[in-house]
Structures are given as C-alpha cells and as structure tokens.
Ligand binder design. Structure first.
Ligand SMILES: [Mg+2]
Length: 367
C-alpha cells in the first residue's frame, strides 16, 4: 500500500495523470443542496471541484465528471465505498439512491497502467509464431543483416545504463521481460501485488544465486522503476537487480512476415559487458519476436494473464527457477535448445556437482 501511495504522490496535476499513476486514491465529498450536488474529488493531495450534478444523475454521469477532472477513464475507476445495499452500484443507478451524506468520502482506485503501456510500448498484438520453423528461417536472414548490427553498436555506444547493483564475477546472466512475464499488466486490481506472478520473489531469489539479473521491458524507464517498486522487486533483501533496460535499448528490424517490429537485442548488453555472451546469457519473454536477433538465447515463457483467475494455478516461475538451476553447469548455453526446456535433464555429473555445492553451502552456513 505504501508503494501505491508513493506512486500517487508523484502526480502533479490531473492532466499529468495519464502519464504517472498506477493506482489512484481519491476522496469525493458531496454536498446536497436541493437536489443539486456539488462534489469535490480529492485525489493525490489535490481537490477538484465537480459542479452541475444533480441527484437524478447516474453513477455513469458521476464517473464522467470525475474523468473530466482527473483524467481517469470511467472504466478504470473503482469507487470503493460507493455502495447500494452492500454492492457496487450499476452505472445506471441514480445518485439519489446512494443517500450520500455531506462530506462522504469515496475511495477511488484505477490503474492507468494500460494507457501508459498502450502509449509507450510497441504493438503487442502481432500474432505469435505458430510454426517455429517459419521464424527460424527468418532469424538467420535477420541476424546477418549488417544494418541491424550497426543499430546495436549505436545502442552500445549511446544507451546509458544506470547500474543499480554490481555485476558479480563468474555469474551467468538472466534477462527478464516484465509484462505478462512477471506481472499481468492488463488486469485491474487494487494493489499491484495482486497482479504479480506467483512465486516471483522465490524465483528471483533462487536465480540470483547463479545469475546476475537484468530487467528489460518495452516501456519507459520511469514505468519500469514504478513497476519494480510496486512489486517490491527493487527493495527485496534476498536478491538484487543489476540494471534495467527500457524501450530505448531496443531496435526495430524488418521481417517479411511481420513488417517492422521492435526487438530486444542481447548484443546491446554483450557489447557493454565483455563477460557476457551467448554462451552464458538466457532471456525470458512471452513474445518470441523479441528474440529475433538472438533466437538461441531466448526462452518463450507462458504469459501470465487474467491474474485473478490464474493466481492460484500458475507455477511457471517455480519450474523456470528449477530449469535455471539445472542448466547452470552448462559451459555453453548455445548447446541448449530452450524450446524444449521442460524436457531438459541435467547430466549426472552436474547433479553431483550441485549436490556437492548444496552440502558445502549448508556446512558453511552451519559453521
Ligand atoms: Mg511481455
């Protein structure tokens, strides 16, 4: 909750709303003068006066009025304590039926995440690849295109990385997408926590033992930072994220099948940090085309959508944490085929090696 309040405190004015806030809180004061209603929407430390409402107006009219003042679209508004017989009133419900008292405070929440993602992300509605063979043919052609390599070189030179935590010698590299990978950014909820993919912190804690972690999302840096704060990733005590990459680190490429698309070329990281290469890097994303420049290093995960329905069932991150553990002894990740990650079995000697390490860790922590 603190995080939510923190993010709403960033807001300067109603107009800025669309760009800044994840979850909003508002207080609505209603005064009732002979059927005329004067409302004050209190939101993010500011008050917005709403006039020209009457008791015969509907909840929809109220929401439209709030929209006009705050920028929060009606369908994104959740007026928490506006109740009719204990239930959320329908949009058609008349305000008079709600019997609102003077000074009654309504808490409003509404995620604007969607608006922002829409505005800043490249389109995600490109159909996903049905036939893996099709895209393999394309990948070869794309990888050999010098113009894309030149773009990557320019990112290596010009894109500034803000290091959050030191890279650790000997670790492999894990690059993670956010939307639908770690977080269901399209569902609405009262807290960001509800939209977090199950086992996120367990997954990151486990991965961090063997991998430096990088977050790469096709949105703006400001939003990556907000999301990571909201999910408690940026402040977690059991793991640390090395740095974030945003949409500006991506490049656009042309594919005969999809036209111009934005992709996440790992070469940007490899060009900046010598210790990382295709031999020791793995990237998780729910969209395969993000791997087009480095297909062998991408693992397409199942997207986490409809958080409310799937929160109790989704085990993807637990299973992926195990895969990361299982492959950590591989000298060269190029020998792996991540498409068949679920069928991967560690070789016997690797199993023995990890067993030894575990025992060693237990012993040293016991002593
Ligand atoms: Mg995604």
């Amino acid at each position: 909750m603190d995080n939510i309040l923190a993010s709403s405190s960033l807001v300067g004015c109603g107009r800025c709303l669309r760009e800044t806030v994840v979850v909003l809180m508002a207080g609505v004061y209603i005064s009732n003068m002979e059927n005329e209603m004067k409302l004050v929407v209190k939101w993010s430390g500011k008050e917005y006066e709403i006039c020209n409402l009457s008791e015969s107006d509907s909840v929809a009219t109220l929401k439209n009025a709030i929209h006009k003042e705050t920028g929060v679209r009606p369908e994104r508004q959740k007026l928490l304590n506006l109740k009719l017989k204990g239930k959320t009133p329908e949009d058609e419900c008349q305000l008079s039926a709600l019997k609102l008292k003077q000074g009654f405070k309504v808490m409003m929440m509404g995620s604007l995440e969607e608006d922002i993602a829409d505005a800043s992300a490249p389109p995600e509605d490109i159909p996903d690849v049905v036939n893996d063979l099709d895209i393999e043919d394309e990948e070869v052609a794309i990888e050999s295109r010098e113009v894309y390599l030149a773009k990557i070189e320019r990112r290596v030179r010009e894109y500034k990385i803000n290091m959050l935590n030191e890279l650790r010698p000997g670790k492999k590299l894990l690059v993670l997408d956010i939307d639908y990978t770690l977080f269901d950014h399209r569902s609405t909820a009262e807290t960001g926590y509800e939209l977090m993919r199950p086992y996120l912190h367990e997954f990151l804690t486990s991965a961090y033992q063997d991998y430096d972690i990088v977050i790469w999302s096709a949105t703006s840096m400001k939003w990556i930072e907000e999301k990571m704060k909201l999910l408690g990733v940026s402040t977690h005590s059991s793991y640390k994220v090395a740095f974030y990459l945003d949409s500006l680190a991506m490049i656009s490429i042309f594919t005969p099948k999809y036209g111009v698309v934005q992709v996440k070329p790992l070469g940007v990281i490899w060009g900046k940090f010598d210790q990382y290469s295709s031999r020791n890097t793995i990237m998780f994303d729910d969209i395969r085309r993000n791997f087009l420049m480095n297909p062998g290093n991408g693992l397409k995960i199942r997207p986490f959508k409809q958080a409310h329905l799937n929160r109790d069932k989704d085990r993807e991150l637990l299973r992926l944490a195990k895969y990361l553990k299982d492959i950590v002894h591989e000298e060269d990740f190029n020998s792996l085929d991540h498409k068949h990650w679920e069928k991967y079995r560690p070789r016997k000697r690797d199993k023995i090696a990890s067993k030894k390490e575990e025992t060693h860790e237990e012993n040293s922590s016991a002593s």
